[in-house]
Design a protein around this ligand. Sequence first.
Ligand code: ADP
Ligand code: MG
Length: 249
Amino acid sequence: MLTVKDLILIRNQKTILQVDEFRLNQGDRVAIIGPNGAGKSTFLKTMALLEKPTSGAVFFHEQLVDNSNILSFRRRMAVVFQEPLLLNTTVYNNVAQGLKFRGVSKADINRRVDHWLEKLGITGLSKRTPLHLSGGEAQRVNLARAFVLEPEVIFLDEPFSALDFPTRVDLLEKLGELLTNTATTAVFVTHDFMEIPYLTNNVAVIDGGSVVYRGGVREIMDGSVAVPVVQHLLRPYQKSAIMRDYVGR
Ligand code: ADP
Ligand code: MG
């Protein structure tokens, strides 16, 4: 459904991305992992049509993205960032906002917002303002804002990285369930291998602006991927496994 070809993105004379080809098929769920500064966020934003490549092309449903169609394509996508960009109004209005922009009728807005507040378990928060929500609650609102749009593809950039571990696990499970039930195509950026198996086995590793591995996360976890940056990213997990063995002895 989405293809990136011969992508080069240069900012301040620095090549930030160089990706020859990257394909996302309908229904795919791909995790993107890589070290800090590897280009994960920039790559995600390029696919979400929020960053314009210096050269190369993005195709959405085989159609070249250009100035004439970019806005209508963007409306078929949703993006979730680590910091929820919530407005200083009620939770309900925050979730409704995207639908108002899209000219959806009031009755449909009410029905869809109520549905997604319920799915995310935040119906009770609908009259609250986001200012005093916990991090986990705010990210539930953020997910509701994305899913209410019924996007064909959803892009998530480290959405749960700032949350405590139990909340992260809750939301990873919730996200996995929502993606399954809606069959939404998804790209999920993380810097933590442990998050990936909650959502998918399909992973792309980015290093220095290029995709250096595309395949299973299982192959990574069992140590059979010989790419240096993969080995490097894996090291802390191997250390914690040693620690577990040590404590268990
Ligand atoms: P990641 O999400 O993997 O940590 P980013 O995509 O945020 O990496 O950034 C990749 C690299 O591009 C970093 O070195 C960052 O400093 C640089 N970068 C990102 N956006 C810009 C920009 N607008 N101008 C200049 N450099 C940028
Ligand atoms: Mg990033």
